[in-house]
Design a protein around this ligand. Structure first.
Ligand SMILES: Nc1ncnc2c1ncn2[C@@H]1O[C@H](COP(=O)(O)OP(=O)(O)OP(=O)(O)O)[C@@H](O)[C@H]1O
Length: 403
């Protein structure tokens, strides 16, 4: 492997466990490095030695044991180990018979939190600000994903998007840690080294994103679009009931596993400023530049506070456009033109349209129009939109590919 996971589709956990060395090439998986103590090693022992016993396991053995456990429990019942509240340390093997911390600049003294350890595997992909890696929880053997974002040196000025994200994660972590829903990527923990980096730990999702699948296959079969849209709305309904916003909903942030289960990632956190300073003078938008195409018009003009959850319903319409057409919304426009176009929309009611060669049903068109209501108050909530007739699937339909 070349240091990065094959771009598409990402391998399943089973495949990674099967060939762990290929995904963790810089780790000695057979070196015994993790110490365990068993209080009563053998109740049946007849040599009178029932005191605590210590022994060592390799990361490879720990991973194999975890894999067996995961095979026994159903994927739905599987509960990841939570890392919240722990000092989450990146470690590696070094031929010393124990796990050693990966050197970071200016290591800090231990702060009293219990430690959890993880090792880094191959790169999954690069985003605008960070890199996402496959990782192994070193004591539990679970395969997880970690997004690492370097914090730029700012000499006290910390308004960079990366610092905004770090603050947003700190602020929201009490809420984020308890969130659990089939259609969201579970956050497992968070570690920050001020002025150096943040690490965000998540469940690992095999497969790809809606964005990568539309790039690969073009427009989706209508039943796939209905199923995915309903799942996205189900996730939003849940997140909104917990007061969590999703300011960056787009195809690239909706991961899809091999069974056709969608999981929203990057929810509840944002690179947006807390104030209304930004790209366009007095507009509120400071999201990632690539997010513009999925962004509701009112987001560009409401100074300060972003209005409630309704901009996300607009974004749902944009994701549906991706699935109906195989391209991003406003596909015919360059970024700068879109900034103007969305502004124009405020005056004359334009919304992302469908190319002439794409035909959707009347129900789908009604769904599209509801998402793109000019007045955010007139857009239905996620809860209401989830019951739209367009989303009804034939009772015997099962996911069996994208097109
Ligand atoms: N929990 C996860 N499991 C598996 N892959 C993931 C996970 N989270 C992100 N990825 C993948 O890692 C890659 C990088 O993701 P990241 O979120 O950093 O950037 P992005 O969403 O592609 O772009 P941007 O930074 O512009 O939002 C993408 O291919 C993404 O699908």
């Amino acid at each position: 492997m070349s240091g990065q996971l094959p771009p598409h589709p990402r391998p399943t956990q089973g495949t990674i466990y099967e060939d762990l060395g290929a995904f963790f090439p810089r780790i000695d998986l057979e070196e015994p490095v993790v110490q365990y103590t068993v209080e009563n090693p053998s109740m049946s022992s007849n040599n009178g030695d029932n005191g605590p016993r210590t022994f060592w396991k390799s990361l490879g053995l720990i991973a194999r044991e975890r894999r067996r456990q995961q095979e026994i429990s159903s994927p739905v019942d599987y509960r990841y180990t939570q890392l919240w509240g722990y000092r989450i340390e990146e470690v590696t093997t070094a031929g010393t018979g124990s796990l050693v911390p990966v050197a970071t600049p200016n290591p800090e003294p231990h702060d009293g939190r219990n430690s959890a350890k993880w090792v880094k595997g191959e790169l999954i992909g690069r985003g605008t600000y960070g890199r996402t890696y496959i990782a192994l929880n070193a004591t539990r053997g679970e395969l997880i994903a970690v997004k690492q974002i370097e914090l730029p040196q700012t000499n006290g000025q910390d308004n960079s998007p990366q610092h905004q994200l770090a603050r947003s994660f700190n602020r929201e972590s009490e809420t984020l840690k308890d969130l659990e829903h089939t259609n969201i990527v579970k956050y497992l923990g968070f570690e920050m080294k001020p002025s150096v980096y943040i690490d965000i730990f998540m469940e690992y999702v095999p497969g790809g994103s809606v964005g990568s699948y539309t790039q690969r296959y073009g427009r989706f079969h209508d039943c796939v679009t209905k199923s995915f849209t309903a799942q996205i709305l189900s996730a939003l309904e849940y997140l909104h009931s917990k007061g969590i916003r999703n300011r960056d909903l787009r195809g690239d942030n909706i991961l899809v596993d091999g069974f056709g289960t969608c999981k929203i990632s990057d929810y509840g956190i944002s690179y947006w400023t807390d104030t209304n300073s930004n790209l366009q003078g007095n507009s509120a938008f400071v999201g990632l530049p690539g997010s513009l195409f999925w962004t509701a018009p009112e987001t560009f003009v409401s100074p300060g506070e972003i209005p409630g959850f309704k901009p996300e319903i607009w974004s749902v319409g944009c994701v549906a456009i991706e699935m109906w057409t195989g391209s991003r919304p406003w596909a015919e426009e360059e970024m700068v033109a879109v900034m103007f176009k969305v502004r124009k929309l405020l005056n004359n009611g334009l919304a992302p349209s469908l190319p002439e060669d794409v035909h959707i049903s009347e129900e789908a068109e009604d769904f599209r129009q509801k998402c793109f209501k000019r007045n955010p108050q007139e857009r239905p909530s996620a809860e209401v939109l989830r019951r739209h007739p367009y989303l009804t699937l034939p009772p015997d339909w099962r996911f069996n590919g994208f097109v």
